[in-house]
Design a protein around this ligand. Structure first.
Ligand SMILES: [Zn+2]
Ligand SMILES: [Zn+2]
Length: 444
C-alpha cells in the first residue's frame, strides 16, 4: 500500500493523505492550509494525485483544516463518495458554505471554489457510518470509524487492506470533556498515522482550567473590563457556553452579559442541540430534562451585523465570544480592536493558535498588532487556557498510540517542536518513527 502525505506534513494544517492499495485509491481528509502565507499558497498547489482517480474520501471531522479543500477536489474532477459520520455531515454543511462565501468575498485572488462547488461536495457525502460500524469500501479493503473524542462527530479511522491494519488518528481529543466522549482506544495496528498538535505539552486538568477561567472573569469584571474569547465555532464555543452556564447555575460568576457574536458558531450550536443525545453525562441529562445550556438568561446571540454593533465597546462586565478562533478574520477583530488597548480587559485563548495568525502574535507577547489597517497597542491581560483544548496532550497521545502498538509511526499534524518531542518519546519506547515531508510517498 502506498501513502502520500498531501498535507499536515511538518505543519498542523492541510490534513490530506492519499492511499493506493491494489484494489482502490482513496483519501483521508482534504483540508485547508492555514496560517503562514507560504502555507496558504499550498491551497493552490496541484494535488500530488489525480482527483478523478480517487474513489472515496474518508472524512475524520468537520474542521476546516480537514475538509476545507473538498470543494476544490470536486471542482478538479473528484466523483467518488465521501464517507463520514452523521454529525460531521451536518457540520460540513455549515463549514463549507461559510468557507465558500469567504472565498467568493475575498478580494483580488481568484476564489479556490464557489458555493456551487461546495454544494456538489456536500452531495457526495452520502455514505454515513456510526462509530464501530464496518464498511467494505472496495474488494479486500475494510474501513471502521471510531470515536476520536475531539469534536462532535469526530472519528479516527481503521483501514484494513492487503493484510495490514493502518490507523489514521485524525485529531484526537482530550479526556474528561463535557460535550464529547473520551477517545476510544485503537486496535492493534501495523502502521499508525498520528496527529502531534500538542506533542510537546501536558494540559492541566479541565476542572483547573474552568477555575482559571472563572478567576479571569471575576478579576476582569472587578477591574471594569470585558472578557474577550476568540473561539472556534465548533465544540469550543459550545463547551465555553456550557461551562459558563454551569458557573452561572452554581452562582460562581456574577450576573453579566454573555454575547455569542458569530453566525457560524450560532449555526454550529443548533447542530450540537440536535445531537445532544450523543453528549456524555451529565450534559446529556441536562438536555433530556429540557434545560438548555445554549439558551439561558445571560446569553445573547447577535446574529445580524446591527445586533453585533450594539455590543457596548466601552465599560465592562461582558463576556464576548466571537470567531475566528485564530483571529484571522470575522467579528473578533472588532472586539480585539476595542479591547486590546484596555489594561482592564482580558483576551482569553482557549484553542490552538497556528504560526502566522494574529492570535499567535498576541499570545507570543506582541506589544502592538495590526488589525484591519490600524496599529493597535496590546495592553489587555492575555491569558491562555490550554486545558480546554480539544486536542490530546503528550501523555494521552502516547498512551493511545501504545494501545495500537504499531510497527511504524508516522507523525503528522504538528509544528517542529511538537513533532520532535513526541518522536523522542516514541523512540525511547523502542518504536520506529518517521516524520514525513510534504508530498512524500511511502510504501507500507
Ligand atoms: Zn480538528
Ligand atoms: Zn486538525
Amino acid at each position: 500500500m502506498k501513502i502520500t502525505f498531501a498535507g499536515a506534513a511538518q505543519t498542523v494544517t492541510g490534513s490530506c493523505f492519499h492511499v493506493e492499495t491494489d484494489t482502490t485509491e482513496f483519501l483521508v481528509d482534504c483540508g485547508m492550509f492555514q496560517g503562514l502565507p507560504e502555507l496558504e499558497e499550498r491551497n493552490r498547489a496541484p494535488f500530488p494525485f489525480d482527483p478523478r482517480a480517487v474513489r472515496r474520501l474518508l472524512l475524520t471531522h468537520g474542521h476546516l483544516d480537514h475538509l476545507g479543500l473538498i470543494p476544490r477536489l470536486v471542482r478538479e474532477g473528484f466523483r467518488g463518495r465521501i464517507v463520514t459520520t452523521v454529525p460531521t455531515r451536518d457540520i460540513a454543511h455549515i463549514m463549507l458554505m461559510d468557507a465558500a462565501r469567504i472565498q467568493e468575498d475575498g478580494e483580488g485572488e481568484e476564489p479556490l471554489y464557489t458555493t456551487e462547488d461546495a454544494f456538489l461536495a456536500l452531495d457526495r457525502m452520502d455514505r454515513l457510518l456510526e462509530s464501530g460500524q464496518h464498511y467494505r469500501m472496495a474488494p479486500k479493503v475494510e474501513v471502521t470509524f471510531m470515536d476520536a473524542g475531539h469534536i462532535l462527530g469526530a472519528a479516527f479511522i481503521v483501514v484494513k487492506a492487503e493484510g495490514k491494519t493502518v490507523v489514521f488518528s485524525g485529531d484526537l481529543g482530550n479526556r474528561g470533556k463535557p460535550l464529547v466522549e473520551d477517545p476510544a482506544y485503537p486496535p492493534k495496528a501495523d502502521v499508525l498515522i498520528l496527529e502531534s498538535t500538542y506533542g510537546d505539552r501536558t494540559h492541566r486538568p479541565i476542572e483547573e482550567s474552568i477555575e482559571e477561567l472563572r478567576q479571569v472573569i471575576i478579576g476582569t469584571f472587578e477591574a471594569g473590563g470585558n472578557v474577550i474569547i476568540p473561539s472556534f465555532a465548533l465544540e469550543r464555543t459550545q463547551e465555553v457556553l456550557y461551562i459558563l452556564y454551569r458557573l452561572w447555575r452554581e452562582r460562581k460568576i456574577p450576573k453579566c452579559e454573555i454575547y455569542l457574536d458569530s453566525p457560524l458558531a450560532t449555526a454550529a450550536t443548533r447542530i450540537f442541540e440536535k445531537h445532544s443525545g450523543r453528549f456524555p453525562e451529565p450534559a446529556r441529562r441536562i438536555f433530556r430534562k429540557k434545560r438548555n445550556p445554549f439558551a439561558f438568561e445571560l446569553l445573547r446571540y447577535t446574529l445580524t451585523r446591527r445586533a453585533s454593533k450594539k455590543i457596548p465597546v466601552e465599560g465592562g462586565g461582558a463576556i464576548i465570544i466571537a470567531g475566528s478562533g485564530m483571529c484571522t478574520g470575522g467579528r473578533i477583530l472588532y472586539h480585539l480592536k476595542a479591547n486590546l488597548p484596555r489594561p482592564e480587559s482580558s483576551i482569553v485563548f482557549v484553542g490552538y493558535q497556528a504560526e502566522g495568525t494574529l492570535g499567535r502574535q498576541i499570545l507570543d507577547g506582541a506589544e502592538r498588532v495590526e488589525i484591519m489597517g490600524s496599529i493597535v497597542p496590546v495592553r489587555a491581560n492575555v491569558v491562555r487556557i490550554e486545558g480546554l483544548s480539544a486536542h490530546a496532550d503528550q501523555g494521552i497521545l502516547v498512551d493511545w498510540a501504545l494501545h495500537a502498538d504499531p510497527d511504524l509511526i508516522f507523525l503528522v499534524h504538528g509544528e517542529e517542536r511538537a513533532l520532535a518531542a513526541l518522536a523522542e518519546r516514541f523512540i525511547s519506547h523502542g518504536y520506529s518513527v518517521h516524520i514525513p515531508a510534504w508530498h512524500e510517498t511511502v510504501e507500507v
